[in-house]
Design a protein around this ligand. Structure first.
Ligand SMILES: *Cc1c(COP(=O)(O)O)cnc(C)c1O
Length: 232
């Protein structure tokens, strides 16, 4: 059995166990396999092991992989920081974008989404760690941005995403995830219909699932440690 197959099986089991322990249905949590820095062959191997949704951070690297894997019915999620001059390629080649934190980027993605494709699924990135993070909309500004993005015709606002500052202690991990759950509940109480909380990575997905994550973004636990070759 290959490492990717056995890692995927272990991660699926851990995700299912965390959902069950939280009293949630196992299918309430989707696994997004984060394949950044790993080659198309690794993505193909994960697909053969039953994984169809992949997350990428770096646009050019992602476009190369998307091209090389055209023969597979994959779902691509852009999870990296978004520069406004890169929105067209993102709008053309991805199914989801998780890191939207300003209206200008959302407007460009909507305007550039090809008419023949379904609306692009969007998560707003929230800065739940204060100064520890540069990206993400401040929690008190989420509602306004959500209302503006929800009006854009070629986008489908799905929910919220966060990358909390790393913490080893589950008690410290929990607070930002709980805050995200409350923010989503507040938006839905105001009449929005958001179904997604994108939160939880290899080191903290169990706590994220306890706090309501519906998409966990997992790289290292599936593909192994990343080697940036000194270039990133
Ligand atoms: C790299 C990355 C992940 C995956 O992190 P792991 O710790 O390898 O599981 C998840 N989300 C985002 C936004 C990332 O950049």
């Amino acid at each position: 059995m290959t490492a990717i197959l056995s890692n995927l099986q272990a991660v699926r089991r851990a995700v299912a166990d965390a959902a069950t322990a939280a009293g949630r249905p196992v299918d309430a949590v989707r696994l997004l396999a984060v394949s950044k820095t790993f080659p198309a062959a690794a993505v193909r191997e994960a697909y053969q092991a039953g994984q169809a949704a992949f997350g990428e951070n770096y646009l050019q690297e992602a476009l190369d992989k998307i091209g090389a894997l055209r023969d597979l019915p994959l779902e691509w999620h852009f999870i990296g920081p978004i520069q406004s001059n890169k929105t067209r390629a993102i709008a053309e080649h991805f199914d989801w974008v998780h890191g939207v934190d300003r209206l200008k980027v959302a407007e460009r993605l909507s305007a550039q989404r090809p008419a023949l494709l379904p609306p692009l699924s969007i998560c707003l990135q929230v800065n739940v760690s204060g100064e520890a993070s540069k990206s993400g909309v401040a929690p008190q500004d989420v509602a306004q941005l959500a209302n503006e993005v929800a009006r854009l015709p070629r986008l489908r606002l799905r929910g919220l995403m966060a990358i909390p500052a790393p913490a080893d202690d589950p008690a410290q991990q929990r607070a930002p995830f709980a805050r995200m759950r409350e923010l989503l509940a507040t938006l839905n109480a105001q009449g929005m219909r958001l179904d997604t909380l994108s939160m939880g990575m290899s080191h903290d997905f169990a706590v994220a699932i306890q706090e309501g994550a519906t998409i966990v973004r997992i790289g290292t636990a599936i593909f192994g440690a990343r080697d940036y070759g000194g270039e990133q």
